[in-house]
Design a binder for this molecule. Structure first.
Ligand code: HEC
Length: 414
């Protein structure tokens, strides 16, 4: 045993370089992604607030929609919104677009490094659908493009003119895609995919509609010809979509830390509820910033949605049909299950290719560590099927129930 682990330690040295490089690449991309997303969401929330808080005042020059006074960082700002180009175009005009583009570029790179390169761990679950890693990555990638095209077609169709019908169809479309993803990928993969899909739509709104139309409008204003009002309307429509999609997307991006959401029976329904709660909360702030009062009912709806999510997430994973637990197993049996299904990765010297240290520092390779982590084992492998990732080591339902019985009996040592 000792000889074997030394041998593995040595033979792995050559591999360690790319394991470490991947780890760092993932860390740097994540850092960039989170910062770019903060800058993007920050500036878009800022401008929504600014736009809604503009007030008209007597004596404003023609072509001014309104103005707002703000105080920040020790000074006062007078913000004036012009709907037409000012008499003289300013020499410098600040555009807001790289926040969005950087968020997508870094996010997509991260998706490739974490999910598409490690598809067998994070994207595929053979008990959901028997896919190879390249198949899963290809489906995931193509679905982003197809869903975006479908959204674009919907917005440009006659339906695009009817706000309510469009949002209803858009909602059903996103829930439908989520349902499909949870039947193709692992729960975790499905959640990240739907998050990436919504994020892609949002960035494409900036890249394909909002910015190009703004450029055309400016060109017209400079040339002194009237811009097509359709451009402004389309840009506005896409900004509103982005506004309402922001909170759900952030939830989805964070959800991979919470197996009770993504790896339980009603995971797709949880997403359906989040897609409602996010817009409802945004509505509260939008009304307030527009000076139209505070619709407190939105918080009641949001709270009800959150209670529903918590309740659904406690329903356990799909597949656990029987609710009666087996008799409390002996610790030796539990240890045997954990060693054969978990410890190849969760050991101080993991033998699973691609790991140089136990994932997330969770060691499950000796009795004390297994007992110490009983609570986490409960969340990740009993109440949800997040671990083993994609059930790659093929733990059985019966084994999960043995773990459940042991944890219910307060993880006895014997
Ligand atoms: C193929 C390797 C592999 C196997 C087998 C495996 N895990 Fe994991 N485990 C991982 C990886 C990778 C992560 C980190 C996931 C991430 O990046 O979010 C992880 C994370 C965890 C965490 C999360 C810790 C935290 O706080 O974030 C727990 C708990 C866990 N595993 C328990 C288990 C249990 C219990 C088993 C066996 C039933 C198991 N794992 C089997 C690879 C594995």
């Amino acid at each position: 045993m000792a000889d074997q682990s030394i041998a593995i330690g040595f033979s792995r040295k050559a591999l360690d370089v790319d394991v470490v490089v991947t780890e760092w690449l993932s860390a740097l991309l994540r850092w960039l992604h989170v910062i770019a997303a903060m800058a993007w969401i920050g500036s878009s929330f800022y401008f929504i607030h600014l736009d809604l808080s503009l007030r008209t005042r007597a004596g404003q020059p023609e072509g001014v929609k309104g103005e707002a006074w703000q105080v920040h960082g020790g000074g006062f700002y007078q913000m004036i919104k012009f709907l037409v180009a000012p008499a003289r175009m300013p020499d410098e005009l600040t555009w807001f677009k790289w926040e969005a583009y950087t968020t997508w570029l870094s996010g997509f790179a991260l998706l490739v490094v974490v999910y598409y390169f490690n598809a067998e761990l994070f994207l595929v679950d053979k008990s959901v659908l028997d896919l190879t890693a390249p198949q899963a990555a290809a489906i995931a990638f193509v679905s982003l493009a197809v869903a975006w095209l479908a959204y674009e077609a919907l917005c440009r169709s006659p339906l695009g003119q009817h706000e309510i019908a469009l949002s209803l169809i858009g909602y059903v479309f996103l829930v439908g895609v989520t349902y499909a993803f949870t039947h193709v990928f692992s729960g975790r993969g499905a959640f990240t995919q739907i998050g990436a899909l919504i994020g892609t739509i949002m960035v494409a709104n900036v890249f394909v509609v909002i910015i190009p139309y703004q450029k055309k409008t400016i060109a017209c204003l400079i040339a002194g010809t009237p811009p097509d009002p359709k451009w402004g309307a389309a840009g506005k429509q896409r900004s509103v979509h982005n506004n309402y999609l922001t909170l759900p997307v952030v939830f989805l991006m964070l959800s991979n830390h919470y197996p009770l959401f993504f790896a339980t029976r009603f995971n797709w329904l949880i997403v359906a509820i989040v897609l409602l709660i996010g817009p409802v909360i945004r509505h509260f702030f939008n009304s307030r910033h527009a000076g139209k009062g505070s619709p407190w009912w939105t918080w009641v709806v949001a709270a009800a949605g959150i209670v529903a999510i918590a309740w659904l997430s406690a329903a356990g994973p799909s597949g656990n049909k029987s609710s009666t637990l087996p008799e409390t197993p002996k610790f030796a049996v539990v240890q045997e299950i954990v060693i054969s299904r978990c410890s190849m990765c969760h050991a101080s010297e993991p033998v699973w290719a691609g790991f140089t240290s136990p994932p997330k520092g969770v060691r499950l390779d000796d009795p004390a560590q297994i007992r110490l982590h009983a609570g986490l084992i409960d969340i990740y492998a009993v109440r949800s099927h997040a671990m083993p990732p994609g059930n790659i080591t093929e733990i059985t339902i019966k084994e999960r129930q043995m773990l459940a019985a042991w944890i219910t009996a307060r993880a006895p040592r014997e």
